[in-house]
Design a protein around this ligand. Structure first.
Ligand SMILES: [Zn+2]
Length: 492
């Protein structure tokens, strides 16, 4: 970036804003709060900034109209600090961020624009190094476009969900976490299995990793709502040179895994098998196999790994220890996500019943259609009844659906389509405007397959293969289906 631009934008950042008009404070305004808020307790509110320097740019404010930080009560400032940590934990989950900037201005002379205490929280990802681009984004905030109501709705719902559910996130160990890893390795339940040369290797390689020495070995920490509690080590198996290759059964990438729960409060709760699955599915979705080698006498670990899906291969003596170890292998296919089910002829009736329920509760002009694989006779699939709703009042229907038990799911939503699930998982709703391409495509695709049973059969086989080959990989699954889908849509 040009230095002159940076200087101009810095000047803008610190320029005293005009004296506040006599109108109501923006952060005490109901309309502003209703559309931007994603968290509220008795003292503090967290909201999405209506313009974002970077995705996740949030504001944490006291509920009471207080102009400056020094006028907050001790209770309020403590609560604000707690909420900032919660917002950070949620942002780590939603944006995969690992760093964040916090700033707060007091007084017009330093650029405070709204005379109501507000902390800006801006998350950033691991490896985003350019400080200048970050500063530029902040300084030119007032020139950015406002988010649309739909964008704002998706963003706030994402954060709301993340703030409410206890969440596990993973990130690389950084210098700030070095001490906690060292502490965990000294915990009695860990030291029993990490000792001697094996322990020394771990500590040495960890420091090399922290100093950004090029290393294939990666060190990870699992966080529960931002609180570190478990440690993972992964390294690729480079085939065929790596002697570990002989334990692999499939072509394609494989890794080795080592893990421990460091915080003793998290022991004995049966968390580990799901934690391992979640870690592998989020961080290594394209890996074929995972190897792990607990000590043969570590029955607890072997039990946990079996529960996560690992199978025992053989006993061996590693170079770092005189004791016998057991090589275990996990095929990622076993972490099945997409199960294929045959066609169920009850589906149309189930759809009709749910359609009647929705239409009787939603007092709006809508079109409700059965789409997806359960809408096509004799087509197998995931067995979920997909419902497409077209309406010109997406925001109203969205809140009505949430009143009748549907949960808004930001991950399945796009700027033009909102996605909902109900708790039993039987029905999925896709809500959009009737003018969108998505709406037209969904109906065309369904009608085409109903009138072309041969191609429906072909589509089913493709889905079956895709789900068996890539159970843990949604993107790959869609990639395999895409060519046929495109062909059908092009036939319009
Ligand atoms: Zn106010």
């Amino acid at each position: 970036m040009q230095p002159i631009l940076l200087i101009l934008s810095l000047l803008h950042f610190f320029k005293a804003p005009p004296l506040p008009p006599e109108t109501e404070c923006a952060f005490c305004n109901r309309t502003v709060l209703d559309s931007q808020k994603f968290y509220e307790d008795d003292l503090v509110i967290a909201l999405w900034n209506y313009r974002a320097a970077l995705p996740g740019h949030s504001l944490i404010i006291p509920k009471r109209h207080v102009e400056r930080f020094d006028a907050l009560t001790d209770q309020e400032s403590l609560k604000i600090a707690q909420v900032i940590k919660k917002v950070d934990a949620a942002a780590r989950q939603v944006f995969n961020s690992s760093a964040y900037l916090l700033y707060q201005k007091n007084g017009r002379e330093v650029g405070q624009s709204v005379p109501h205490v507000h902390f800006h929280y801006i998350p950033r990802q691991f490896g985003d190094d350019s400080l200048i681009s970050l500063l530029f984004n902040i300084c030119t905030l007032s020139l950015k476009k406002n988010l649309t109501p739909t964008e704002m709705g998706i963003a706030t719902n994402k954060m709301k969900l993340a703030m409410e559910s206890p969440m596990i996130t993973f990130k690389h160990v950084d210098l700030a976490n070095r001490a906690i890893v060292h502490k965990w390795l000294k915990e009695p339940h860990v030291a029993e299995w990490f000792y001697g040369q094996g322990l020394q290797n771990t500590l040495d390689h960890l420091d090399a990793f922290l100093n950004r020495a090029s290393s294939d070995v990666k060190y990870w920490i699992a966080f529960d709502s931002g609180k570190p509690f478990a440690f993972f080590i992964t390294s690729p198996v480079s085939k065929p040179a790596d002697p570990l290759s002989k334990f692999c059964n499939e072509d394609g990438p494989a890794i080795t895994l080592d893990m421990l729960i460091g915080n003793p409060d998290y022991l004995g709760k049966g968390l580990a098998p799901n934690l391992i699955k979640q870690f592998l599915l989020t961080e290594f979705p394209t890996i074929k196999e995972v190897l792990i080698d607990p000590e043969a006498s570590n029955e607890k670990a072997i039990h946990v790994y079996k529960k996560a899906g690992f199978v025992k291969l053989e006993e061996f003596i590693p170079s770092h220890s005189p004791n016998s170890h057991i090589m275990m292998r996990l095929n990622m296919r076993h972490l099945k996500k997409y199960a294929f089910k045959p066609y169920d002829k009850e589906s149309p009736a189930l759809f009709q019943k749910e359609k009647n329920r929705i239409s009787s509760l939603i007092k709006q002009d809508t079109r409700i259609e059965h789409v997806g694989s359960t809408a096509i006779p004799n087509l197998g699939g995931k067995g979920i009844i997909d419902i497409a709703i077209a309406s010109d009042n997406i925001d109203i229907i969205s809140s009505e659906l949430q009143k009748i038990g549907y949960e808004f799911r930001p991950t399945g939503s796009t700027p033009t389509k909102l996605f909902f699930k109900e708790p039993s998982g039987t029905f999925h709703i896709h809500l959009m405007s009737p003018t969108t391409t998505e709406w037209k495509n969904l109906l065309h695709f369904r009608d085409y397959l109903i009138s072309h049973p041969e191609e429906a059969k072909q589509y089913q086989e493709l889905k079956k293969t895709a789900s068996e080959d890539n159970p843990a990989n949604g993107t790959k699954y869609r990639e395999l289906k895409d060519p046929l889908i495109r062909k059908i849509l092009d036939s319009k």
